[in-house]
Design a protein around this ligand. Structure first.
Ligand SMILES: Cc1ncc(C[n+]2csc(CCOP(=O)(O)OP(=O)(O)O)c2C)c(N)n1
Ligand SMILES: CC(=O)[C@@H](O)[C@H](O)COP(=O)(O)O
Ligand SMILES: [Mg+2]
Length: 644
């Protein structure tokens, strides 16, 4: 499977971008070929974001050849396409540790390299960050030029336009390279995407437009003529300037993002001549240069390890359906019964499982692009219109829509259903994608109902609960990956709001679990049973409203109560503590502990390893219970008479 590495004589000479300065343009072209091969060889052994990285190989070489990184600040957006950049910037020897425990991050990361001046993994931040560097330079900081590389998917997000608007206003010298491969994770959606296609279609690669007095005259010969013709053509039309020019940018492009001559010529001219903000529109191909990737529907956006010769990926065997597919299938079944059900995804139809519903009810599934804020408020509007919207967004990306959840949904008590996938630690994407904060974010909000499923059968019931619940907003969270392997109901039964369930009866202490760590709680109970400690395990189901009767009963009848969740402080445990504090439950001499994610960001590893680092394995839970009960026992012993 792992093919013998091919010889890479030029890449072998490049320990850092400074080594590229002595290469001829022809050698830079060959360097790109070797870099592409290296990227494929690495990712075939590690898995990762291959398609996006292959699409920027030439761009990466050209930027590092022309600009003076790390003094010049190169900001990648989303950051998932930075593998060739990592290889060129001193991390080649660690590439096989990519996305693994103690290895390289799959994204740019400030703590990893001076060549990563700004970390990213959530999209559309690059122009804002690059503008910050540019203004820092104007204010005397030792910073060179700034270059933001942003994808056509990422530039659909509102934040990118806020930054373009500001940059056009400030007129700071900076470079935005639009990496337009006509793909997001799924095919891109929206009028802006169509607009970019229109520009590219007016004459790909030959039709090059640049503002008259600026960069155009300094472009390489063959490109310059095309640019002149294009400019005459475009400015002869009504409203001939591009959107970017209207926003105050000098627009250059579209250029062929795989043609080294065009790239080097354009970047050199831009670097030499730019006075204000410049947008360079590079048209690229996602998966470029690797036939299985180019030919695949997803362009190998994110792949498992694969066989280079065939492109066949090594998919891990699953023992149970994934939570995502359970959600997608259940919602589709519910939608078949209820025409008011609609669903919203922010550029993740496959990742959220909404592609399943979209195949059956295409008119009722809306991909809004990378626009979580809009997606939430769009759902609020749909709810206000009487629909039953399911807004399916990964936990970490939902952070983008928080004010919309507060102001547009909760405050107006609109029945938007939030299906929060990737709750808890997700594994190889690491801290940026951890679904740590949603319970804390949501359970604090008036009107909000917040659920988490203990297993995949519970998820089916929670979807049914959300369908029926029209009284206000309701959210349910579930993790990445496969379920617990429990028996599945043929159809969900709506749960009583605010009612948990006891899964296992015991006598000494109780674990009150919220979410999919229920299986760890049960495993901990088994471990302690062998030691003679008897545990009750309850599934809270709701962080809001709490099942206060269940909590009161558990604390009354056990020496200790331990809350457990795959989330941060301020979440389920905090809600339980507030209840106990308000009702005197903390004054009854019981042991109370909150088991949750620690107050730190946890780097990428397998989810099991990440939970081990978080102190949340079954053994850790058992140790917490054992330790707290033992300490409590010692504390309760009558104190010995003091020796005189
Ligand atoms: C705020 C946010 N929402 C969603 C995502 C998930 N996501 C990662 S990459 C990606 C597609 C990006 O498309 P584009 O910028 O065109 O890059 P390409 O993969 O095509 O190179 C999406 C939706 C994200 N990283 N951040
Ligand atoms: C770069 C990015 O944000 C996505 O591609 C993400 O890696 C997808 O994660 P899942 O594999 O959990 O869908
Ligand atoms: Mg793209």
């Amino acid at each position: 499977m792992s093919a013998t590495p091919t010889p890479k004589p030029i890449l072998d000479r490049v320990a850092s971008p400074s080594d590229m300065k002595s290469l001829t343009d022809a050698e830079l072209g060959r360097l790109a070929e070797e870099l592409r091969r290296e990227t494929i060889e690495v990712v075939s052994q590690t898995g990762g974001h291959l398609g996006s990285s292959l699409g920027v190989v030439e761009l990466t070489v050209a930027i590092h050849a022309v600009f003076d990184t790390p003094r010049d600040k190169l900001v990648w957006d989303v950051g998932h396409q930075c593998y060739p950049h990592k290889i060129l910037t001193g991390r080649r020897d660690r590439m096989l540790t990519l996305r693994q425990a103690n290895g390289l991050s799959g994204f740019t990361k400030r703590s990893e390299s001076e060549y990563d001046p700004f970390g990213a993994a959530h999209s559309s931040t690059s122009i804002s960050a690059a503008l910050g560097f540019a203004v820092g330079r104007e204010l005397g900081m030792p910073v060179g030029d700034t270059i933001a590389v942003i994808g056509d998917g990422s530039i659909t997000a509102g934040m990118a336009y806020e930054a373009l608007n500001h940059a056009g206003h400030l007129k700071s010298r900076m470079f935005v390279i639009l990496n337009d491969n006509d793909m997001s994770i799924a095919p891109p959606v929206g009028a802006l995407s169509r607009y970019l296609n229109d520009i590219a279609a007016k004459g790909p690669f030959a039709m090059l437009k640049a503002a008259a007095e600026g960069i155009e005259a300094h472009l390489p010969g063959p490109v310059r003529e095309g640019a002149r013709r294009a400019r005459q053509m475009v400015t002869g039309m009504p409203g001939g300037g591009t959107l970017f020019e209207e926003l105050g940018f000098e627009y250059v492009g579209p250029i062929d993002g795989h043609d080294m001559e065009q790239l080097l010529g354009t970047l050199r001219a831009a670097r030499a001549r730019a006075r204000g903000p410049v947008l360079i529109h590079a048209v690229t191909v996602k998966g470029k240069g690797y036939a299985p990737a180019e030919g695949a529907d997803d362009k190998y956006h994110g792949v498992a390890k694969f066989d280079i010769a065939t492109g066949a990926q090594v998919k891990s065997k699953s023992n149970a359906p994934s939570y995502t597919s359970v959600f997608g299938n259940t919602l589709t079944e519910e939608a078949a019964r209820d025409p008011r059900i609609v669903a919203i995804t922010a550029a993740m139809p496959g990742g959220t499982g909404l592609d399943i519903m979209a195949r059956r009810f295409p008119a009722r599934v809306f991909d809004v692009g990378i626009a979580e804020q809009h997606g939430v408020t769009f759902a609020a509007g749909l709810a206000a219109a009487g629909m039953r919207p399911f807004c399916a967004i990964y936990s970490s990306f939902l952070q983008r829509g928080y004010d919309q959840i507060v102001h547009d949904v909760a405050l107006q008590n609109l029945p938007v259903r939030f299906a929060i996938d990737r709750a808890g630690l997700v594994g190889q994407d690491g801290a940026t994608h951890a679904g740590a904060f949603d319970t804390a974010m949501l359970a604090n909000l008036p009107n909000m109902v917040v659920m988490a499923c203990g297993d995949e059968a519970e998820l089916v019931h929670m979807v049914a609960t959300a369908v029926e619940f029209d009284a206000g907003p309701i959210a349910f969270r579930y993790p990445r990956g496969e379920g617990a392997g429990v028996e599945m109901p043929s159809r969900g039964t709506p749960l009583e709001i605010g009612r948990g369930r006891v899964v296992r009866e015991g006598t000494d202490a109780a674990i009150l679990s919220f979410g999919a760590h229920l299986s760890e709680a049960l495993a901990a109970a088994e471990m302690l049973e062998a030691e003679g400690i008897s545990l009750t395990v309850a599934d809270a189901r709701f962080a809001k409203p709490l099942d206060t009767a269940l909590i009161d009963r558990l604390i009354d009848s056990h020496a200790g109560l331990f809350t457990l969740e795959q989330g941060s402080s301020g979440g389920f445990g905090a809600q339980v503590l507030h209840h106990l504090a308000a009702t005197g439950g903390l004054d009854r001499g019981r042991v109370v502990r909150t088991l949750m994610l620690p107050d730190k960001f946890i780097d990428q590893a397998s989810p099991a390893q990440m939970y081990a680092w978080a102190g949340l394995t079954a053994a850790d839970i058992a140790a917490s219970v054992r330790g707290a009960l033992a300490r409590d026992k010692v504390a309760r012993m009558p104190s010995r008479p003091r020796a005189v």
